[in-house]
Design a protein around this ligand. Structure first.
Ligand SMILES: NC(=O)c1ccc[n+]([C@@H]2O[C@H](COP(=O)([O-])OP(=O)(O)OC[C@H]3O[C@@H](n4cnc5c(N)ncnc54)[C@H](OP(=O)(O)O)[C@@H]3O)[C@@H](O)[C@H]2O)c1
Length: 295
């Protein structure tokens, strides 16, 4: 019998990709989008999951708007911290593995080499605090549940930075992005491949980092996306991405960590899988998903 996997947040960028990719790989996947299940309604979560039989659950649902979290901290902690305890508890009752998606924003960004799972998490925003709270709620229920930290998520199921900068370059000659903030993009289709063995085959618990290989600034990330779109024959007006300083962006409400690249050495050691460089993932995304819609 195929294993049965529940995905909460299946309408989101990552959740939708996991649903599609794992179904295609032969898993029996049940998805709950926001309309079907509100994770802030603990009773609904409890009752919905109590009725189901499943082997593993992945929680991709979250309040992901970093500035909204700063303005609405109660909502952030409800959805990103407390709801995780209810979800993890329901999994424990079913003897199912709970994988909770977390973030690089648990770090303060003061390091200048990739963060490992051993590094202390010291968030500098409500979003980061609430996501770290989620990891703690998960592990308070059971040490054998797993928090998977991802960063700069992009993919075909919901627009992200890549789509926004490409759209801007279609319409404008001047394109700019932050040049002094460093992290690692995570392609949702690669995440689906790298996460899959963690559902049951690999005995990993606690926290693990998952992203593509390499590091970049938003400016480098955007420049590469533009180069890939031009190579794929899309007539962009903007061809060069100028550098902005993060301090110049007055629209930001929450503080953002300046450096949150993560090491995937633990993931590689335990799964035997190697994430490909972020440049290859962006190139594939632009060529196969974005460019055909914009030529
Ligand atoms: N995006 C990134 O760059 C990034 C970086 C680091 C970590 N992460 C983490 O990765 C995970 C997946 O993020 P993503 O990129 O896929 O973001 P996303 O597209 O915003 O997905 C989050 C999903 O959660 C749903 N949601 C929000 N409130 C909910 C509620 N009360 N009940 C049920 N569902 C609710 C949203 O539904 P609606 O949109 O319909 O409200 C959305 O489908 C999150 O845990 C996030 O913290 C993301």
């Amino acid at each position: 019998m195929p294993r049965r996997i529940v995905i909460i947040g299946s309408g989101g960028r990552l959740g939708a990709a996991l649903m599609r990719e794992w179904r295609a790989a032969g898993d029996d996947v049940i998805g709950f989008n926001h309309a079907l299940l509100d994770i802030g309604d603990f009773r609904q979560v409890h009752e919905t999951l109590a009725e189901l039989e499943f082997d593993a659950l992945v929680n991709c649902a979250a309040q992901t708007n970093v500035d909204r979290c700063e303005k609405e901290p109660d909502e952030a902690f409800l959805l990103n911290s407390k709801a995780v305890a209810t979800i993890a508890d329901a999994c424990t009752r079913k003897k199912a593995r709970c994988i909770h998606i977390s973030t690089d924003y648990v770090f303060d960004g003061e390091k200048r080499e990739p963060y490992t799972e051993e590094d202390e998490a010291r968030p500098i925003s409500v979003y980061g605090e609430s996501k770290l709270g989620g990891e703690r709620c998960l592990h308070a229920v059971s040490d054998s549940h797993l928090a998977v930290r991802v960063s700069w998520v992009f993919g075909p199921d919901r627009p992200s930075f890549v789509d926004q900068i490409l759209q801007h370059a279609l319409e404008h000659e001047t394109v700019e992005a932050i040049g002094d903030k460093v992290a690692v993009p995570t392609y949702t289709l690669d995440a689906a491949r790298l996460l899959r063995p963690l559902l049951d085959e690999v005995p990993l618990d606690g926290v693990v980092h998952l992203c593509n290989a390499g590091t970049c600034t938003w400016q480098e990330y955007g420049q590469h996306a533009l180069d890939c779109a031009l190579a794929a024959g899309v007539p962009l007006k903007g061809r060069t991405v100028g550098a902005l300083k993060m301090a110049e962006l007055k629209a930001f409400i929450a503080r953002r960590p300046v450096y949150t690249a993560m090491s995937t050495a633990l993931l590689e050691r335990t799964t035997g899988l190697t994430p490909r460089p972020w440049q290859e993932a962006v190139e594939e995304y632009v060529r196969t998903h974005w460019a055909p819609r914009h030529r």
